[in-house]
Every structure is written in C-alpha cells, then in structure tokens.
Design a protein. Structure first.
Length: 131
C-alpha cells in the first residue's frame, strides 16, 4: 500500500530541488523537456537528494554548505523542523541546517527557509569573512 504522506513529502523535496537547481543555473535550458537536466552531473554545487544509509538521517537535500530539511505539513512546528535540520546537518558533516517549509496553497518559490538565530549568526559571520 502506498503511503500518501511519504509521496507528498517526496514530491515537495523534488519540487524544491528542481527550483533551486534551475535558479542556480545547474540545469540545461528547457530542462523539463530534456532527457537529462544537469549541465554537469558531477558539479558539487548541484542540489542533490542523498541516499539514506545507516541509522542517522543526513537530511532531505544537500545544498553545500546547507542540509535542507523539507516540510510540507498541515500543522507547522518550526522549532522541531529547525532542530531536525541542525541534527541532520551534523550527521552529514555540513555546517548549517535549514528547514524549507511549504507555504500552504502557494508556489514552491513562496516557501520559507527557516533557521535558528545561532545558525543565522554563523552564516552571517562566514559571509562577512569572505572579504
């Protein structure tokens, strides 16, 4: 029997991955009609869905330096989502966890990217140290 909630979650993860890869220019032009969407399948900047191995979840999507935990639920619990994203970022060896929360009845690009203030401060510090 098919699990409707799992299918909904997988569809949301796929939509987020496609949106981010298209936005970042990782896909070929007209990728929806292409046999293969990637410009370079080995590019480490591609947003990917990792294979889950072992007992420690490593997140829904990898978008270096972020692990993305995608949520499309009727009842939104931001604190739980952020804790889960941070835990899975640690498991994956990534520095930052972010929850991508679907906005009800809205487009993919209207979703919310949510992190705690500690993570935001670390991201801000890292960006300022680029100069």
């Amino acid at each position: 029997m098919r699990n409707a909630n799992k299918a909904k979650g997988t569809a949301w993860e796929t939509a987020v991955r496609h949106f981010l890869n298209a936005t970042l220019g990782q896909y070929v032009k007209n990728w929806q009609e292409a046999a293969y969407p990637w410009l370079n399948p080995r590019d480490p900047n591609n947003i990917t869905r990792p294979a889950q191995t072992g007992v420690r979840d490593v997140g829904d999507l990898h978008a270096w330096p972020f692990v993305l935990e995608c949520k499309a639920e009727r009842s939104i619990t931001l604190a739980d989502y952020v804790r889960q994203a941070n835990r899975e970022a640690t498991h994956a060896g990534f520095p930052y966890g972010v929850a991508i929360v679907k906005a009800p009845r809205r487009r993919v690009e209207d979703a919310y990217a949510v992190m705690d203030l500690i993570t935001f401060g670390r991201v801000l510090q890292a960006l300022r140290n680029l100069d």
